[in-house]
Design a protein around this ligand. Structure first.
Ligand code: SF4
Length: 237
């Protein structure tokens, strides 16, 4: 038994709850997502550890799935190197390197050098949020690797969410996965991963705004350490 397709416009909380009751696990969610939204769904991947798990799971269901990487131009070389490995391992994926409208030079000329040091919200808006908005224009739903244990603001995320920020449906198949689950899957399946994870970077974003963390800190403690900011703005708190 399947409920009708949920869209941002037809969202009803009761329909979401009905879907929840039908699913046994994350794989049911991924299968439902691609069956329901067909080509009108994309996975926005940051190529962190969860990203490698989701790429592997999604490629089993939809080998030619659309995967969006928000290429701010400021990522670690290790991240770009991982993307090359992923392209070789999953050649059918439609990998989109979404770039901001402004180059780094244009951003510096218009808004000053090193905007991330003065106004990271504006920098993230230009280099991440606007490019994702652009990419999501032609889809009804997007997939994200959010997990509930990652932070307080993510602890209430559901498998299917009404995403007010982008006016889409946001699907999060890994909400119940622990960090240990993620790494067990990566090791068991011998997946490539960002080597910075071996150097105390649990969460990896732009090189300008990510530092290593001690193991007793939370997952995202190494992001924007000079600011109270803990999210780039893609996900509502
Ligand atoms: S994470 Fe930092 S460098 Fe990257 S877009 Fe946001 S503020 Fe700019």
């Amino acid at each position: 038994m399947e409920t009708e397709k949920l869209t941002f416009e037809t969202w009803e909380e009761s329909k979401r709850q009905q879907l929840d009751l039908q699913w046994k696990d994350f794989m049911d969610v991924i299968k439902w997502a691609y069956r329901t939204y067909e080509d009108r769904i994309a996975y926005a991947c940051s190529f962190g550890a969860e990203g490698m798990v989701l790429i592997d799971l999604i490629s089993k269901i939809k080998p030619e799935a659309k995967v969006i990487f928000l290429d701010t131009g400021l990522h670690f070389p290790e991240t770009y190197s991982l993307i090359e490995k992923v392209k070789k391992k999953y050649p059918m994926l439609e990998l989109i390197m979404a770039k901001p409208a402004k180059t780094l030079n244009q951003q510096a000329a218009e808004l000053g050098e090193n905007l991330w040091e003065r106004n990271p919200n504006l920098c993230c808006h230009i280099r991440k949020i606007e490019p994702l908005q652009q990419q999501l224009q032609d889809v009804d739903a997007w997939i994200s690797g959010l997990r509930r244990e990652q932070s307080t603001s993510r602890s209430n995320v559901n498998y299917v969410n009404k995403d007010e920020k982008f006016g889409k449906i946001k699907i999060c198949p890994l909400i119940h996965w622990t960090w240990e689950d993620v790494w067990n899957y990566i090791k068991l399946n011998q997946l490539p991963y960002n080597e910075l994870h071996d150097h105390d970077y649990p969460s990896i974003g732009c090189a300008k705004c990510t530092v290593p963390v001690q193991s007793d800190n939370d997952f995202r403690a190494g992001r924007w350490t000079n600011f109270s900011k803990k999210e780039c703005g893609l996900h509502q708190a």
